[in-house]
Design a protein around this ligand. Sequence first.
Ligand SMILES: [Zn+2]
Length: 100
Amino acid sequence: MRRKEVMRKYYDQATKLMSRPSFSDVMDEVEELYKDKSLEELYDVIHSVGRFVRLPDTVVWHIAKPTAMKHAVRMADRGCPRSKRNCDLADDKCCCRKSR
Ligand SMILES: [Zn+2]
């Protein structure tokens, strides 16, 4: 398999663990974009809006590639799609531990 296909599979695993964002999760991302005004935050907003309106994973993968890839890489590295900081903060309540 090519790397792109491998990462796409990891992204599938990541979205299975991450629940659909709530409206307030989306607004948190918008607030981060407002503070940061970075391209990375912009893709985070697109990613969370895409999942909020239930776009298929494949579509979200393509329109928010940098964010989707970030989750895929985390999934490949640590078996958790969230940042290490958030995973540690959530502890037993993190999505990566709940499903085990
Ligand atoms: Zn985790």
